[in-house]
Design a binder for this molecule. Structure first.
Ligand SMILES: [Fe+2]
Length: 328
């Protein structure tokens, strides 16, 4: 399909991968799109060329699930996503499953980029602006009719930091809608959910992925990730509620959590919400030391074995959100 176009003989790290779903219908991008064949990158559409349905169908017919963009055009791509995501997600003429895939890919790739970049001190204002745009468009979408149900069917349940953060963000967004009226409060809570485990980039992989039980020392190391996460977020201008979600998402209402051992009245609401979303996603995901539970089983475990950890009102609302979406 791209036989006649020029091949870019460049290093692999000169390109970054995106999902075909991130090239939106009817939007012109100020960047070129490439395919990968062996070690070569083949130009598929030129900068400024419309990416038509025919282009998409051809990719689909050939089973292509990754496209590439040159890193020199990354800012143009980011701007394109920022400008078009909200419009695409709210455009009801685009089928819900397609918009759901756009939604899931955009939130997962945002967190992937953040984790890989380790929140650089430079360009933090642009990064926060972009993240806020994604969160804002996503919050509106996830609360629209049948969106949560459709997105849930796309969620990966193989645990890794990227998919976990994205899933926690999605569940948080659905709960947040039942609590907050102000858009800015919802956005901050969503940002906190997306970034809640960012501190894990400083935890050794052999501890994070350990199949057996953690020893006391390893456990102490794991417990540092909320504080480390807040340290990493220090140079992006998050509001207190987002920081609270990152710092206190492992607090438990009975005071047995960490890092501060706060009890129910003292745990901020965004942290209580992220905590429920976090545990539910962990239980329903396949982890190195446990198989994934069904939604019903996970909620039963949370209700019967972990009851004292969660705020009952947050948990009740979460169950209602899931049952309303036909998930549990
Ligand atoms: Fe965590």
């Amino acid at each position: 399909m791209a036989d006649e176009v020029e091949a870019e003989k460049e290093r692999e790290d000169s390109f970054f991968a995106i999902s075909p779903f991130m090239i939106f219908p009817e939007a012109y991008g100020n960047f070129s799109v490439y395919l990968k064949k062996g070690r070569h990158f083949l130009l598929y559409t030129h900068k400024g060329e419309q990416f038509t349905e025919r282009h998409k169908e051809t990719l689909y017919e050939h089973g292509v699930d990754e496209l590439y963009i040159h890193t020199s055009q990354k800012l143009d791509y980011d701007e394109y996503v920022q400008q078009n995501l909200g419009g695409v997600l709210s455009n009801e003429s685009i089928p819900l499953p397609v918009r759901s895939k756009v939604f899931y890919h955009s939130s997962t790739s945002a967190i992937k980029e953040i984790v890989r970049s380790r929140l650089p001190t430079t360009a933090s204002a642009q990064l926060l602006g972009r993240l806020t745009g994604i969160v804002e468009a996503s919050l509106r979408f996830i609360c629209s009719k049948d969106a949560l149900k459709t997105v849930a069917s796309l969620m990966s349940h193989d645990y890794d930091t990227y998919t976990h953060s994205s899933n926690v963000f999605i569940y948080t967004a659905a709960i947040v809608e039942t609590y907050y009226k102000r858009e800015s409060e919802k956005i901050q809570c969503g940002l906190g959910a997306l970034l809640h485990d960012i501190g894990k980039v400083h935890i050794p992989k052999k501890i994070l992925n350990k199949a057996g039980k953690l020893n006391a020392t390893e456990w102490e190391i794991i417990k540092t990730h909320p504080v480390k996460g807040v340290g990493m977020c220090a140079h992006i201008a998050l509001e207190q509620s987002a920081i609270n979600a990152v710092l206190f998402h492992h607090e438990k209402c009975d005071g047995k959590g960490y890092p501060a051992g706060l009890t129910k009245p003292y745990i901020p609401l965004p942290a209580k919400i992220v905590s429920v979303a976090d545990v539910y996603d962990a239980l329903t995901s396949k982890r190195p030391y446990a198989e994934a539970m069904t939604p019903f089983k996970a909620l039963s475990v949370m209700r019967e074995e972990m009851e004292s950890a969660f705020d009952p009102d947050v948990f009740k609302r979460f169950v209602l959100v899931l049952s309303g979406a036909g998930i549990a």
